[in-house]
Structures are given as structure tokens and as C-alpha cells.
Design a protein around this ligand. Structure first.
Ligand code: ADP
Ligand code: MG
Length: 698
């Protein structure tokens, strides 16, 4: 009999239900304290938890366990150990101790560390993150962990994320105290919407560019792209529907709240959104979701493309990071309240976000910077590389009224004096369909839309949490010292709105006028590529802030900048090499084959009759022959550019070279090959066309 969703949901997760049922009250309570209040776990408790976790895992088919973590590049990493230990009687025992639960020592040498391990200690270790539940995947008990060097430097994305959550927790609690509220904790919540493409595996395997780089490096536009929008509104194709059904089941078993699924604008493009959860859990879940999407797609004879821009000229894939702050009592701090005091509190938290985005535009931008995402940001499909905040008309009018000390022209006319007069109630702004804004307020949360589909959401949330913590810290310092809280609060909010006006923008973010206004009039930064953005991680103001809140150490920041840039360089380099390979081995010989046939045909036809002109054959030959010459020059240029990469010993200069020399030579080569595709017979063309790939799943 089919199981119901409530039966399936979380069935492979060692969640609160399992813990409560299996652990003694004493152990459960002490673990709960660790989870809720960050209290250090003692080893006896860990032993007791490990024993129950092992028994539960074995009952559910697990034979191995692994410390599951998120290295600085790649999706997730795991090294499997089996539970078995020799027993004196020659058999085996299934063992798993508290020590093994808490700490692991993966062979870290193959993970990028940007020189960190060399500087500190050769090995790294993983440490259990008890705030994220353990789960079973492929017969393996996966224990979510942080990955550190022996001196405690973070080698992963999770450690700084947890630290940033602590930073915002600390500062937000100070603010709430000023409003007379004592809470246990404030946590940030995230709901990431994930876009992806599905293509047929057979077609996929015929494209070396997709296989090696996850995106097409060549391809002329098909006669039909996304202009009709019929895919978006159309029903989900049966094969895709089956995949989604299967995917949902797998995700539900892992306790992932997969909720919405629909087609996206481009053919073969889809989206999946879970219900939001605490940021570190949402991050783990999103990494798992990406992994499972790819696995399930394979089972259905398809490949799930998570690349930001698999096809030029067709909508790319992003990820929307819906973000809010909430207390342990379930109060969303970004929800406009009912009473004046709540309004003022809401406005203060709103200001904190606005100021954070303005002060640390560059950090937000670089947190989503990858070679893949560079193809989207600033193209007319994704938010621009310029970061700005959209608030909607109503909230903007309210802030303007506060700033200018003018009556608010809303439902009731009232001069804003916070904490004294009632602010009008905010309606959830239904006008927010501004899809062009990178950072939009959507009623009770902010939606950061610049993420690429393959990005880990850890990076942007680290920056977001840390920079909001910084605004809150400044406010708490000021307000704690104030003689009259209400007067100081009003002055502070007014000042922040005035000073950070430039980051607020409700207009069309895709227009050229915005680029001009943003950069020339408002002085906002426009960091177009990863090579432009990433070095700003080491700007003094950014390092000072991130270190002051103990989110990163200096060594960690330097290593991260290196690793991210290295990753950018390697990615583009592989793309360049793949292009050379495809052109030399496949495209040029294919065009030559076709030219040969045209030449043969022409000769043959002319031998039959002197009167035939062979216009088609001859003009095609002439143009294709010019193109092969152009392709040859372009491929040689690309080879030279690739050789040039080797001369750098500094990754910042190397990435600038890649941006200025390598990528333009790749673009040039592509242009000629794509033109040749339009002139060459399909029979001779060596790879499936865009049309064949994009419409390969039906
Ligand atoms: P859309 O953006 O398509 O209108 P929704 O706004 O309903 O869709 O939700 C998008 C995502 O935002 C979902 O993952 C949802 O769970 C999440 N979300 C909703 N409320 C919050 C919140 N307070 N904090 C964080 N994420 C939220
Ligand atoms: Mg959304």
C-alpha cells in the first residue's frame, strides 16, 4: 500500500520526533539546550545520542556513516565509514561512538583551502552541527558538520554561516531589549527558490561542452526559443511530472519541505521552492535538493542542469533567497506590526537591512559571483550587477514622509512621529511584481534575487546576516546610550532613511538609464564580473566588519578570496580548452566535410551542363570558407590566450586577464562557429542543435 505523505515525511531524518521518542528525557533535554541555546554538548550526552542514532540508522537500512559538509568549492563532500568493528568472536559489531559523532578527520588535502592548511595545520576536522538534523542517504547516515583546520580556521561554508547567525542573534536581541522584549534567540529564516533545466540524457551526452562544463559553449539560436511563453503557462510534461513526483518523495523522506513546482520561462526550465526554514537548515537542504535533483533526473533518463546559463540567448537559471528574521516565539521582525511600537520596531529592523545593503553592496554582489552567474547578472533576464533595494510604493511613501517630516498621504493623514502617533497599517504590497530588482521587500521578508542556480545559499546569507548585524550593532550602541529612547529612535530612523536613500529604487532595473543613474548620479557600485567583485572581499571596511563580528578571521578571508578567484579562473580555463577541442576535432572537420560535398556537387553539376550556375553551392562555399579561415584565426588566438594564463602567479591578476583576454577570445570564436552552423547541413553538423537539446524532453 502507498504510504501517505505524513508517513513518508522525514522518515529518513533523525529529527525531533525521533529524538524525543528514543532519547532519555535527560539526554533529550540536554541536546535540546545545545540546539536552542548553543550550549556545549558533553561527551556522555554525545555517546548516548550516537548509540540511538546508530540503532535508528541501522533499522532504516544504513550500513555506513559520514560527516557531511560543504567545502569551499563543489556541492557537498562526504567520506564514508562503515559501522563495523571486529568482535572478539570473529564476527562484527556495529559501532558508533559519541566521539565519532562529534568529530571526524577526513583526508582534507584534496579540498581547496587557499593556503589555510599549509599555514596552520596539515589536517582538518569536521565537527557535528547538532542544529541540523542527521539523515540517511544511500544507506549512509549523514551527519551535518562544519569543517575546520586544527587551529579552528573554517575550511567550509557552514562555519561562517553559523557564526553570522550568532552575530545577528546577539545584536537583534540587544535591539529587542530596548523595546522591552526578552527573547531566547533571533534567527534568520530562508526559503530558496531553485531554478533548473531538464534535458534528455542521450542528447546531453552528445555535447562535450555540456558534459565538461555544464553549459553549451556553441550553438545557434533555434527558430523557437522562449518568445511564446507557452512553456511557462503550459502543463507540466508527463515525463517531467513523473520526475517531480519522484523528487518530491525523495525530498520529503529527507524532511525537506518541497512545496511548489512549476515550469519556468525557458523551454525545459523549471522551478522548485521549499517552505522556508532556519538558515543553516535551509542551506543544508538546498545543497541536498540540488544533489537529489541530479540523481533523480538520471533515474528518469534526463540530466538536471544547474548551471546559471546553459544556453546563450535563452533565460538562465537563478535562485531567490527569501530572507527574514524571527524570534524563538515566532515573531517575524520584518512583519509590519499592528501597534505604533511594533511599527517603530519594524521600521528599525527595516532600516538595518536598507543600511546593510547600501554599506555592503559589494559583499552581497561578490557573495553570488561565479563564472556561471556572470552570464546572467546584468543581462536582460536577471537583476543587474548593481545592488539596490525595492520597497514598493506604500512603504516608500511612508519612509519619504518620515524623512521629509511631511504628512503621509495614505489612508489617514498623519505626520510620522514614531512611537507616539500610530503609523497607518501596511497592506502587504500587492504591487510587488518588480522582477527586475535584486533585493525586494515582499510583505514580510526580503527576496535577494541575484543568486545563480548553482550557488550555495550559505555565501550570501553570511554576508547578509553579518552586515545586518553591523547596522543593528550601531543602532544598539546609539540607542542604549540615549537619554530619551523615543526621541533618539525617531532621529535615528530619519537619519538612516536620509543617508541611505540612494540604495532605494523601485523602477526598472533592466534599463540602461538605471545603470547610468545608479553609477553616475547615485554612486552605487557596478561590479560586472567575478574578477571585478571578488577582490573587494579584502577591502578594509569589509574585512574590519566581518572580523569584528567574528564571522571570519583575516586568514579565512584571504583564503576565500583566493579560492573563489581560482575557481573562476579554472572554470573559464576548462571552457576555453573544451572549445579548442570541439573546434579542432569536430567543428572544422565537419565544415570541411560539407565543403567537400558542395565542391563535389558543383563539379558534378557543371560537368552535366555548362549552364548551371550553382549559386547556392558557390555562395555557401565562399562564405563557409571565409568562416573556416576566421575560425582558424580565432582558435589560434584562443590557444594563445589559454597559454597566457600560465604566466600569472597571482590570482587577482590572472582573473583580470581571463576577463579581458580569454573570455573575449572565446566569444569571438563562438560567433564564427555559430554562423557556420546556420550554413551547414544538419547531416554534417557534429553535435545536437539548441532546438534538439531544448526540446529533448517531452
Ligand atoms: P513567490 O516569491 O513566488 O511569490 P512566496 O513569496 O510565497 O512565492 O514564497 C517564496 C519563498 O519564500 C518560499 O520558499 C517561502 O517559503 C519563502 N518565505 C515565505 N515567508 C518567508 C519568511 N518569512 N522568511 C523567509 N522565507 C519566507
Ligand atoms: Mg519569489
Amino acid at each position: 500500500m502507498e504510504k501517505s505523505i505524513p508517513e513518508i515525511f522525514g522518515s529518513l531524518v533523525f529529527d525531533d520526533r525521533v529524538m524525543r521518542a528514543r532519547l532519555s528525557d535527560e539526554v533529550y533535554n540536554s541536546l535540546r539546550k545545545t540546539i536552542d541555546e548553543n550550549v556545549r554538548l558533553d561527551i556522555d550526552v554525545a555517546d548516548a545520542v550516537a548509540t540511538e542514532m546508530r540503532d535508528w540508522a541501522i533499522e532504516n537500512g544504513a550500513t555506513h556513516f559520514t560527516h557531511w559538509f560543504q567545502p569551499l568549492t563543489g556541492v557537498t563532500a562526504e567520506k564514508h565509514d562503515s559501522f563495523i568493528a571486529p568482535s572478539p568472536d570473529g564476527g562484527v559489531l556495529m559501532e558508533f561512538s559519541g566521539k565519532e559523532l562529534i568529530k571526524g578527520e577526513p583526508d582534507a588535502s584534496s579540498f581547496p583551502s587557499g593556503g589555510l592548511r599549509a599555514t596552520f595545520e596539515a589536517r582538518g576536522y569536521t565537527a557535528w552541527d547538532p542544529t541540523s538534523y542527521a539523515f540517511i542517504k544511500d544507506h549512509t547516515l549523514c551527519i551535518p558538520t562544519a569543517f575546520c583546520s586544527y587551529s579552528g580556521e573554517a575550511l567550509d561554508k557552514k562555519t561562517p554561516l553559523l557564526r553570522s547567525m550568532q552575530a545577528i542573534n546577539k545584536q537583534a536581541k540587544r535591539i529587542l531589549k530596548l523595546f522591552g522584549k526578552e527573547v531566547k534567540y533571533v534567527r534568520t529564516s530562508v526559503g530558496p527558490e531553485q531554478e533548473y533545466f531538464l534535458v534528455d540524457s542521450e542528447v546531453f551526452s552528445k555535447r562535450p561542452d555540456l558534459v565538461y562544463t555544464g553549459r553549451t559553449l556553441f550553438g545557434a539560436m533555434p527558430p523557437k526559443g522562449q518568445e511564446l511563453d507557452d512553456h511557462y503557462f503550459g502543463v507540466i510534461k508527463p515525463r517531467v511530472a513523473k520526475f517531480m513526483e519522484d523528487l518530491n518523495q525523495e525530498l520529503w523522506k529527507l524532511g525537506i519541505l518541497a512545496k511548489t513546482e512549476h515550469n519556468e520561462v525557458a523551454p525545459a526550465q523549471h522551478e522548485l521552492a521549499p517552505i522556508y526554514s532556519t538558515t543553516n537548515v535551509a542551506t543544508d537542504n538546498n545543497q541536498l535538493t540540488m544533489e537529489i535533483m541530479q540523481k533523480v533526473a538520471r533515474r528518469h533518463g534526463m540530466v538536471c542542469l544547474l548551471h546559471e546559463k546553459p544556453f546563450a540567448g535563452v533565460n538562465g537559471s537563478g535562485k531567490h533567497n527569501n530572507w527574514s528574521m524571527a524570534t524563538d516565539t515566532g515573531i517575524n521582525l520584518l512583519s509590519p506590526g499592528e501597534t505604533p511600537y511594533e511599527n517603530a520596531q519594524f521600521l528599525l529592523f527595516l532600516c538595518a537591512v536598507i543600511q546593510a545593503v547600501d554599506d555592503y553592496q559589494d559583499l552581497l554582489r561578490l557573495s553570488v559571483a561565479t563564472a556561471g552567474n556572470d552570464h546572467r547578472l546584468g543581462a536582460n533576464e536577471a537583476p543587474p550587477a548593481i545592488i539596490s533595494v525595492f520597497l514598493g510604493d506604500e512603504l516608500t511613501a511612508i519612509l519619504d514622509a518620515i524623512k521629509d517630516e511631511k504628512p503621509y498621504e495614505g489612508a489617514e493623514k498623519v505626520v510620522m512621529k514614531l512611537g507616539v502617533h500610530s503609523l497607518p497599517r501596511f497592506n502587504r504590497d500587492t504591487t510587488d511584481r518588480n522582477r527586475t530588482s535584486p533585493f525586494a521587500f515582499t510583505g514580510n521578508k526580503f527576496e535577494f534575487r541575484s543568486l545563480g542556480s548553482s550557488n550555495s545559499i550559505a555565501c550570501c546569507n553570511i554576508m547578509l546576516n553579518a552586515s545586518v548585524a553591523e547596522s543593528l550593532k550601531q543602532y544598539a550602541d546609539e540607542l542604549e546610550a540615549a537619554e530619551d529612547f523615543e526621541t533618539a529612535l525617531h532621529a535615528l530612523i530619519k537619519r538612516v532613511i536620509t543617508e541611505h536613500q540612494r540604495i532605494l529604487f523601485n523602477g526598472n532595473g533592466y534599463g540602461d538609464e538605471w545603470v547610468k543613474e545608479a553609477t553616475e548620479v547615485r554612486g552605487l557600485s557596478n561590479l560586472k564580473t567575478t574578477a571585478d567583485a571578488m577582490p573587494h572581499l579584502l577591502d578594509k571596511k569589509n574585512m574590519d566588519m566581518l572580523m569584528a563580528h567574528k564571522v571570519f578571521t583575516e586568514a579565512e578571508l584571504r583564503s576565500r578570496c583566493d579560492i573563489m578567484l581560482e575557481n573562476y579562473c579554472k572554470t573559464v580555463n576548462i571552457e576555453g580548452l573544451t572549445m579548442v577541442d570541439m573546434v579542432r576535432k569536430n567543428y572544422l572537420p565537419a565544415i570541411e566535410r560539407y565543403l567537400h560535398r558542395l565542391a563535389d556537387t558543383t563539379r558534378l553539376m557543371k560537368s552535366v551542363s555548362e549552364n548551371v550556375k550553382c549559386n547556392y553551392e558557390i555562395t555557401t562555399m565562399e562564405r563557409l570558407s571565409e568562416l573556416t579561415d576566421d575560425i582558424l584565426i580565432a582558435v589560434k588566438n584562443l590557444e594563445d590566450a589559454l597559454a597566457g594564463v600560465k604566466k600569472f602567479d597571482n590570482v587577482i591578476d590572472e582573473s583580470a586577464y581571463i576577463r579581458d583576454d580569454l573570455i573575449p577570445s572565446m566569444d569571438k570564436l563562438r560567433k564564427y562557429v555559430d554562423e557556420a552552423e546556420m550554413l551547414t547541413s544538419e547531416r554534417d553538423w557534429p553535435f545536437p542543435s539548441y532546438g534538439e537539446i531544448l526540446f529533448s524532453v517531452y
